[in-house]
Write a new protein. Structure first.
Length: 226
């Protein structure tokens, strides 16, 4: 009898804990992302009222991503957050994310030039437009990047200071693209592109992600100092 009573108490406690966890998650404001409805080249991020997100208070949110297409993905990144759906996959994913003061970006990696958006959080009220700043060639720091099959590189990947860069990207893969995302920068080569391209960008202090445009597991990071 004591065993039965103890088991019942334990099960009841587990149920209460599970209910409390579910309630906590449900209480978070919900952000909803949609990409590729009907294979269209569209991507949106909306709040609980259905309005496109432009600015949010800092805090914890439930991020629900609806990926409708096998040719697109939803990549969400910013200070302390980097989540994505798979390009080949179709379905829904839910994440709990904590947003802090700063600028956040979302995009479809294979089509980042036309499918992208950004918003600010907390004390930051103006989004950083990822537009290259024209500077004399002598003022640029040169860097190189490459992707071949499942391997990618970015050099130098340490000791970098904020400023203008000329990044020469050698894309040798016909099934993947090279992707670079971070503060003020969001660029990628096409998945079927093969060749060399130069990106003139301005790197700011913060963490950058580089590597495969399609597979999050094949990405790496480096940090730029102020």
């Amino acid at each position: 009898m004591r065993v039965g009573v103890t088991l019942a108490v334990l099960l009841g406690a587990c149920a209460l804990l599970a209910g409390a966890a579910g309630a906590t998650r449900a209480d978070n404001p919900v952000l909803t992302g949609d990409v590729g409805q009907g294979d269209s080249f569209t991507i949106t991020l909306k709040d609980a009222s259905g309005a496109v997100v432009k600015h949010l208070d800092a805090g914890t949110y439930t991020l629900v991503l609806h990926d409708h297409s096998s040719i697109h993905n939803f990549d969400f990144s910013g200070p302390g957050v980097a989540v994505t759906t798979d390009v080949d996959g179709i379905g829904d994913k839910t994440f709990t994310v904590t947003l802090t003061d700063g600028t956040y970006f979302y995009q479809c990696d294979p089509h980042s030039a036309q499918m992208r958006g950004s918003f600010t959080v907390g004390a930051v009220t103006t989004t950083t437009t990822p537009t290259p700043t024209p500077v004399p060639p002598a003022a640029r720091t040169k860097a190189s990047a490459s992707i071949t099959g499942s391997a990618s590189s970015f050099k130098p990947s340490s000791g970098l200071s904020a400023g203008p860069f000329a990044i020469v990207v050698a894309d040798r893969s016909a099934t993947d693209g090279f992707r670079l995302v971070g503060p003020g920068v969001s660029k990628a080569t096409g998945t079927k592109f093969r060749g060399t391209v130069t990106w003139n960008v301005k790197l700011s202090a913060g963490r950058y992600s580089y590597g495969s445009a399609l597979h999050a597991a094949r990405r790496h990071t480096f940090t730029v100092s102020g």
